[in-house]
Write a protein that binds this ligand. Sequence first.
Ligand code: HEC
Ligand code: HEC
Ligand code: HEC
Ligand code: HEC
Ligand code: HEC
Ligand code: HEC
Ligand code: HEC
Ligand code: HEC
Length: 446
Amino acid sequence: MSSRRIVFTLLLLALLVVLAGAATVYWSKGGDGTGLYSRYWSADPVQGYWDPENFYQSTEIVEGVFESKLCIECHQGITPGIVVDWRNSRHAQAEQPVYCNECHGSDHQQLHLPTPEVCANCHQKQHGEFVDEARYGFPSHVLAMERAVDAPHFADKPKGEVQACVQCHSVATKCDSCHTRHRFDAAEARRPEACITCHSGPPHPDDETYFNSAHGKIYLAEGKDWDWSKPLTKGNYKAPTCAYCHMEKGKHQVADKSLWKFGLREVNPHTSKNRVLRERWIALCSDCHSERESEQWLSELDQERKQAWKKLYAAESILKGLRGDQLIQPAAEDRPEYPMGSLWAKQRIGFFEGQASAFYNVSGIERDYFEMWYFDNLGAYKSAAHGYSAGVERGHRKMDASLERIEGRATRLRNLSEAELKAGINRVPSDLWKSGAYTDYNREQN
Ligand code: HEC
Ligand code: HEC
Ligand code: HEC
Ligand code: HEC
Ligand code: HEC
Ligand code: HEC
Ligand code: HEC
Ligand code: HEC
């Protein structure tokens, strides 16, 4: 064959592979749910409130097409709290008030709940910024819903267990996460309480680390006397809140300075791209501190990360060694497919293929590593990012203890395997994992 023909054949093959891949993704998104695993789950009706675009269906109990005056009159009796909040909002007080039907429609059997696009009719600037955040990739607010439903464990677990994912990750699919309905109050969104409904809990302890920082302590002591109607710009606030730092000057993006992202991966802070992000942080800190001091504080964060990753790699290498020697039980092929029933199942290996799979259906040593990585490490990261030094110290103490536990378990596993070999014992894989109570329950409930 001539070389031209070989090249041509190879190109044709590559094209076919790409087409087949695209067709599979298209097919897999065509189920009752959304995202990559849409064929493996379906939504409970409540999901219509978290992701209205895809799942909301109007109530049909009231019939009629109503003018705004009638919406308010009737709802004053039915949902008085909503009407009070609306009356106190800028929407009600604007020169041309924004009435109920502007956001919900007028036909009561075909109501809709407003997606970000509905707000965009009047708030192009904020919506434009919000959508543009996608270029920074994950994690980000605009991609949050995708991220949750495309996580294999979302499709894998029973719906009752994963409903909360959608609630927090709905920051992508509606605009009332930080300025809540029906006040839609910018002042509310400037305060840290607006963020910590979602930014709390062990993998992302933003609340704890902020409130224990110098900034958070000043907010707790003095925040009640600040004038929250002022925008988040230089000179208006003595100490920064979450939005002051992460939504600088009211820009509706939280990913545009993010360098370490969630602390999930090791990054090199010195690439030219990351230098640019770091400069943005330093410029922000310099609203109130010297540039020099700000730069040094942030390089402390890099030091902390370097240490943390050293410990994590040490643990990971122990697990990889055990796995190479087939000492991790159950073996990959003895575990249920992940996510359940998918065409090309990802194996539940735990520690490096699909970190979150290590939540469940894994051996003890993998779970130890998971806790080290997901709780101890991420806690230390957020403490360092937010200036809570006792939290950094505690996170590293816990990581050290986890590493020690993992080393101990690894030694025991190796000793046990040697003893079994000597005694001529052969392990018989058990069916327990593939069809245990938890696995069966999941299969029925998702
Ligand atoms: C005659 C009384 C009446 C009028 C007029 C009325 N509503 Fe309602 N609305 C109701 C009742 C009753 C419910 C159901 C409340 C419940 O489920 O607790 C409701 C529910 C809703 C819901 C929530 C739907 C859901 O799925 O949870 C929205 C949104 C709503 N109304 C908007 C409007 C708008 C906009 C108008 C004017 C175009 C309007 N309503 C006019 C009585 C009325
Ligand atoms: C600026 C847009 C906007 C306006 C104006 C507005 N709403 Fe809403 N409304 C929303 C949003 C956003 C939600 C939450 C949607 C969701 O959960 O996905 C909502 C939800 C609701 C719900 C269901 C809430 C629940 O907690 O069960 C009702 C009922 C409702 N609105 C009634 C009204 C009435 C009555 C008015 C007029 C007095 C009104 N809305 C005006 C945006 C608006
Ligand atoms: C029909 C146009 C319209 C729609 C649709 C609309 N708004 Fe507004 N919004 C306004 C106007 C007008 C104001 C008042 C601006 C002013 O007074 O300068 C306002 C003000 C606001 C403010 C500022 C409040 C403050 O405290 O300063 C927020 C936040 C807001 N809207 C959020 C939303 C959200 C979220 C949605 C979608 C759920 C939405 N708006 C839909 C017209 C609209
Ligand atoms: C309704 C829940 C919710 C609220 C309220 C919320 N967030 Fe988030 N936020 C999320 C979720 C979910 C993610 C992760 C998205 C993903 O998985 O890609 C996230 C991600 C982030 C990130 C990470 C960006 C990155 O690039 O690493 C920052 C920073 C952030 N949010 C800041 C804030 C701030 C500041 C506030 C308050 C002004 C806030 N968030 C309010 C749910 C929320
Ligand atoms: C309490 C609110 C909350 C709940 C519940 C929640 N998340 Fe998140 N999630 C967040 C926040 C906040 C972040 C961003 C953390 C950060 O950047 O520090 C996040 C981050 C993530 C990320 C990592 C983002 C990335 O780009 O790497 C994934 C994946 C994720 N969540 C999936 C899920 C799934 C699946 C569930 C349900 C099993 C879930 N989340 C439940 C708030 C929540
Ligand atoms: C992560 C939290 C968060 C989310 C999500 C969010 N906002 Fe905001 N919003 C804020 C904050 C904080 C402010 C106050 C900004 C300032 O001080 O300049 C604000 C202010 C506003 C204002 C008033 C701006 C002004 O200058 O008066 C509008 C309008 C608005 N947001 C619309 C939206 C729309 C539309 C969406 C959905 C695309 C949205 N917001 C989603 C946090 C949020
Ligand atoms: C003084 C400014 C400041 C304040 C106030 C602040 N943060 Fe941060 N935050 C940071 C810095 C700096 C990082 C690390 C950024 C990096 O290098 O990636 C960070 C990291 C994060 C991350 C992970 C995303 C990332 O960029 O790595 C989230 C999520 C987050 N903060 C949320 C919050 C929340 C929620 C609050 C309020 C409870 C808050 N922050 C208060 C400065 C701040
Ligand atoms: C809006 C003003 C403001 C911004 C912006 C700000 N800070 Fe601060 N910061 C303060 C104040 C006020 C204090 C308390 C100073 C004191 O204790 O005397 C403080 C204290 C600190 C402390 C504790 C230092 C000590 O001496 O106890 C650290 C660390 C810190 N800031 C880091 C940062 C970093 C890093 C950033 C940017 C990511 C930042 N700050 C952004 C106002 C700010």
